[in-house]
Design a protein. Structure first.
Length: 91
């Protein structure tokens, strides 16, 4: 599944790369070069970040699924136990 940024996110990322170069590097980077650098990182590093995020979500979902039984569990065949307990309480 290719990782793609929407138009607004891509534009903001390019501006951020340009600002980073302006404030931290000895030379500036142009809009086209910043876009190419962004594309490289999205293609090269994006899948690593994406796969890690998916793995973390899967892990969290597995924990939630394992807790589900504790949250919604109902004891079975409780009618007579409740009935007998109520009968004893009345005596």
């Amino acid at each position: 599944m290719p990782i793609e940024l929407n138009k607004e996110a891509r534009s903001e990322a390019i501006k951020s790369i340009e600002r980073y170069f302006q404030e931290n590097m000895e030379e500036r980077i142009g809009n086209i070069a910043a876009g190419a650098l962004l594309s490289f990182f999205v293609d090269e590093v994006g899948p690593v970040i994406y796969n890690q995020a998916v793995a973390e979500v899967q892990e969290r979902l597995q924990v939630r699924i394992s807790e589900l039984d504790l949250e919604v569990h109902e004891d079975e065949f409780q009618y007579w136990r409740k009935h007998d307990a109520q009968r004893k309480a009345r005596k």
